[in-house]
Design a protein around this ligand. Sequence first.
Ligand code: ADP
Ligand code: ZN
Length: 434
Amino acid sequence: MIWDVDNEAMPLEKLKELQGGRLRTIIKKVYDKVEFYRKKMDAANVKPEDIRSISDLSKLPFTTKDEMRDVYPYGLLTVDLNDIVEIHTSSGTTGKPVVDAYTQGDIDLWSEVMARTLSMGGVTKKDVVQNAYGYGLFTGGLGAHYGIKRTGATCIPISGGNTKRQLEVMQDFGATVLCCTPSYALYIAEAGREAGIDFRMLNLEKGFFGAEPWSESMREEIQEKLSIRAYDIFGLTEIIGPGVAAECELQNMLHVFEDHFFPEIINPKTGEPVPDGEKGELVFTTLTKEGTPIIRYRTRDITFLNREPCSCGRTLVRMHRLLGRTDDMLIVRGVNIFPSQVEQVLIKMEGVEPHYQIVVEKRGSLDCLEIQVEMTENMGSDLLGDIETKEKEIESKLRDVLLVNSKVNLVPPKTIPRSEGKAKRIIDKRNLSS
Ligand code: ADP
Ligand code: ZN
């Protein structure tokens, strides 16, 4: 079933017109109301009148995450704070978090795009949905919550964690749908198997998984172990949260809700748009968001667009599941991690060098983070039996900054390979391409 057939299966000409009209309106609005955008457009010598159709978008300057941080917390608001009814932020592990401030209209939009997302996989009012995305400032929990309610399904707002309870609730309430990160889905599957649960006997039929990269083989594993159909869903705080793009029942790339969030793919080095089908950095412009509209936001996510018609009947463009990132951000158990954060911790500590390597691998279904850190020459001989204490101390400091646990291994001086160019800080052993 198509949730909003008028908008999801609109003839392409009409869609372009709609997008063009919405773009004109939003550009005029941000130019009038937001100093940040006015300055940028003036510097680029573009006036709102220059933007007439969606193809004029490329005349506008990009917006980056760093710029958004500079105007934290309210610098991008186009409405009065009185008209904001809810605020969410990115996790903020890498500095000031990015803020998304929602008007009631934005919450309605969010509910709609998440209802579309769930309907794509066949959720109806008959379903009982276990929402194990985290509730709070993170967009996952409440975004899914609003969408579930909009479809008329029954929402179980259990939030993340407490796996034993997840399994009980799943059985007791007869959940038919599970929403969480893909790694947590696998974790639930494994914990269930250990507890002797046969998922084929439960009511669970489908799951909507996103917020972190996962692979086709991981999908197969989840589908097999939980005995469900697993759908990839995509979104980011800057744009609205989850509900930006999602797979339909064909599970063949994610339809982008381009009547609201217009995607472009650019060459990350030159900033030039690349043709459909070619890989590059994903850029989004919000066409209808009221509180904090974003113009040409560089996501740093790598993918490509496919405009071939999809047999589900939707005309919305599809994007391939994410293929990587342009920066060195790692996503570990749904949390964004940058090598620079590790560096900041090590630099302040005695006895260790800021020479390190981050190794991520899958143990069972969970991402495990191991950090190799070099001792200083002195420390190597002084520490002797105390290596373990030092490792624990570093682990605890890292945990405060990264918000996920890691295992620290102190290694002898000069054993971490040096590089002439950009240091290879990350060894990602999770196979995401298969
Ligand atoms: P934070 O983690 O900082 O709070 P977000 O939750 O907004 O921020 O994270 C958004 C990012 O998460 C996206 O830019 C993308 O890199 C990643 N992401 C979200 N959904 C998916 C998905 N389905 N597949 C791969 N990566 C995803
Ligand atoms: Zn489709």
